[in-house]
Design a protein around this ligand. Structure first.
Ligand SMILES: Cc1cc2nc3c(=O)[nH]c(=O)nc-3n(C[C@H](O)[C@H](O)[C@H](O)COP(=O)(O)OP(=O)(O)OC[C@H]3O[C@@H](n4cnc5c(N)ncnc54)[C@H](O)[C@@H]3O)c2cc1C
Length: 466
């Protein structure tokens, strides 16, 4: 298999497939709105969608630095699934029942995204094959069983556990000794979803200005080089790019994730792999992988490359390191040895937002009208939709149009978290943590022991995850 002719960057393969959109007109000068949304990814666009549907006369403006879908929403692995970062911590803080409600809302969210895509005729190659997570070592199997039990305890009664033979009947992953499957997941084409959503929102009458970076957010003000938008509500929906806004350097850490995609695989090769259910596929490694079988029969696979760039810097239009491409290719061939001769067509990376306590949040500060949602870590394709419906309810509640709802009382609403450490501590901490996770994965690969390697447990504690 060769990576010599692999396209690197170009934002993502999903855009190579679709074409990069021409940006809409930038903000022409000072303006006013009822709600100003900063960032045109899933969070910002879903929020605009639900607000406009609820209150059609609302004057909503979205300000996007590049073009809608430039960020993680146009680069992700296309796992629409029910995971939410921080659920276990929310259980500790607010009780098990509150976390079960959060989980059930996430289960419903997967169906909600599919429902709206269908209703609005957004063709995003959605296929609801569920999520299959496999274990390839004794330590991974022990974690898989714990994970499976925990998910059931949080109300996922439709989740199933499989041995090696049943796993191979779904997908033949080399060395897989077991798996867990949930129906609460679907495969999708990320860029088709975000582009479709932007078009739908615009058709509803939301104003979208692209090529318009917001440099500073203040109560009732979003400031750009071209003018200021004044609005009673200003919502920050910038996830992994948040550090680029004045005063937000240490709010959410921009964590990299990188992906590769193969050429379309011939039917003869698929015969050796199976994967006819087109489940989204992951594993139980500490530096875990996520993969999908695309609508045109490629394998798209991702994992952490260089996890974090010094000073909260972000990538250059999705370029990733050659060493990361090689590492992901090696992983692909380890999982599916028959892909060894297949060309890697494209590689890219993107950033996701990581809060200091690794818990996703959605907030509206009623005293200032400032709101935000994010810190989804690696689980934002569905969570952004729940966040958006929650922001809608919080604004409606604040403006006296409704009272508290099922969503405004979920435990992740208005959660406060401390900021990240200044550099160089931030860089040292994240690189140390991922070096430890990789070391633990390597040792678990050759160890007959069923327990998680102690190095990973130390890394978890250092990271503030447990
Ligand atoms: C490689 C990769 C793979 C992933 N895979 C999955 C997956 O399979 N499943 C899953 O659930 N999650 C996945 N995620 C995470 C998921 O994609 C994100 O959580 C989700 O897309 C976040 O959406 P968002 O709108 O909050 O942020 P983004 O999509 O990043 O959007 C933020 C937008 O804000 C704009 N912006 C930034 N700064 C400014 C500014 N100053 N002014 C104006 N606009 C600004 C950006 O240009 C961008 O368009 C992945 C992430 C990455 C990077």
């Amino acid at each position: 298999m060769s990576t010599v002719s692999t396209v690197n960057g170009g934002i993502s393969f999903w855009y190579a497939d679709q074409g990069t959109p021409t940006p809409r007109e930038p903000l022409p000068g000072d303006a006013t709105a009822d709600v100003c949304i900063v960032g045109g990814g899933y969070t910002g666009l879903w929020t605009a969608y639900y607000l406009k549907k609820a209150v059609p006369f609302l004057n909503i403006t979205v300000l996007e630095a590049k073009f809608c879908g430039y960020g993680a929403s146009g680069r992700n692995g296309g796992w629409l699934y029910n995971g939410i970062a921080g659920r276990d911590r929310y259980a500790k803080l607010h009780g098990h029942e509150a976390a079960v409600r959060l989980q059930q809302s996430m289960n419903d969210t997967v169906a909600e995204v599919i429902r709206v895509a269908d209703e609005e005729k957004i063709d995003a190659d959605i296929h609801r094959g569920g999520v299959l997570e496999v274990a390839c070592t004794p330590a991974q199997l022990a974690r898989l069983k714990d994970f499976h039990s925990a998910e059931i305890a949080f109300g996922e009664t439709d989740r199933t556990l499989h041995g090696a033979r049943e796993t191979a009947e779904r997908v033949r992953v080399t060395g897989a000794v077991g798996s867990t499957w949930t129906p609460h997941g679907a495969r999708l084409h990320p860029a088709k979803l975000v582009k479709g959503l932007a078009d739908v929102v615009e058709a509803l009458g939301v104003t979208l200005h692209e090529s318009t970076p917001v440099t500073e957010i203040k109560p009732k003000h979003a400031i750009t080089p071209y003018g200021t938008v004044r609005a009673p509500y200003v919502l920050r929906c910038t996830e992994g790019f948040t550090a680029g806004i004045k005063g937000q350097k240490r709010t959410w850490l921009p964590m990299n994730s990188s992906m590769i995609v193969t050429e379309p695989l011939p039917a003869s090769l698929w015969d050796t792999i199976g994967w006819n259910g087109r489940e989204t596929l992951g594993d139980m490694a500490h530096a875990y992988l996520y993969a999908q079988r695309t609508a045109d029969d490629r394998i798209a696979l991702g994992g952490r490359g260089i996890p974090y760039r010094y000073g909260s810097a972000t990538d250059n239009d999705g370029r990733t390191q050659p060493a990361t491409i090689e590492a992901l290719r090696d992983l692909l061939v380890r999982l599916f040895p028959t892909t060894a001769g297949t060309r890697i067509a494209h590689a890219w990376s993107g950033v996701l937002g990581v809060p200091r306590d690794w818990c996703a949040t959605v907030t509206l500060d009623r005293s200032t009208g400032l709101g935000w949602a994010g810190g989804y870590v690696g689980s934002g394709v569905a969570t952004t939709n729940l966040a958006a419906r929650t922001l809608r309810d919080l604004i409606q509640q604040d403006s006296g149009q409704s009272g508290p709802t099922e969503l405004t009382t979920l435990p992740w609403v208005n959660h406060k978290v401390r900021r990240w450490e200044p550099e160089p501590l931030r860089w040292l901490g994240v690189h140390g943590m991922y070096a430890a996770y990789r070391a633990a994965d390597r040792r678990e690969l050759t160890s007959p022991r069923a327990g998680t390697h102690p190095i990973a447990k130390i890394a978890d504690r250092l990271a503030g995850r447990h």
